[in-house]
Design a protein. Structure first.
Length: 172
């Protein structure tokens, strides 16, 4: 966007819907014999469900909605089965990540956090070379290291002790 914040996204269409659709067609799905595509949207995000939007070779189903399950229900079922609860899926560089997700990545996966930092730098070097303004992977109009600072000793001293930097101390 004009302020450098993330704009519209096409990731789901480009890297999920189209890829899955191509695979389904390559494996025999047609308008006469459509594949059933189960989409894991829970009651918590029912606003994302859209039964009208599907390709001729697909029959869209929402099993979590049909079972009236919320994300917490799914987590409980997974835990009860003795399995680890997976994190929400998202690309490691997604500009629509929450601040907490960026903080968690920086804290828990510092090597991975470097990758979107370098990506942002590369994007901005290329944009500068063609006379464009900078673009950022957060909505704050600042680079990732500026927008998501490290939680150092000073921050931990003011932190409530959960290690998540949610006190706001890191942002002052």
């Amino acid at each position: 966007m004009a302020n450098g914040a993330p704009g519209r996204r096409s990731c789901t269409a480009d890297f999920k819907i189209k890829v899955v659709g191509r695979w389904l067609r390559e494996h025999g799905a047609t308008a006469l014999t459509p594949a059933t595509v189960g989409i894991g949207i829970s009651l918590d995000e029912i606003h994302r469900a859209n039964r009208r939007r599907c390709e001729a070779h697909e029959q869209i189903e929402y099993p979590l909605l049909d079972l009236r399950l919320r994300r917490s229900d799914c987590e409980r079922i997974i835990e009860d089965a003795g399995l680890p609860v997976p994190p929400k899926s998202a690309c490691f560089f997604c500009p629509f990540r929450t601040v907490e997700a960026w903080r968690r990545q920086r804290r828990d996966e510092p090597e991975l956090f470097i990758a979107p930092v370098r990506l942002e730098e590369t994007i901005n070097k290329r944009r500068a070379a063609i006379g464009r303004d900078s673009a950022y992977l957060t909505r704050y109009g600042r680079t990732l290291p500026e927008a998501i600072p490290e939680c150092g000793a000073e921050a931990e001293a003011g932190d409530a002790g959960d290690g998540d930097c949610d006190s706001g101390w890191c942002m002052t």
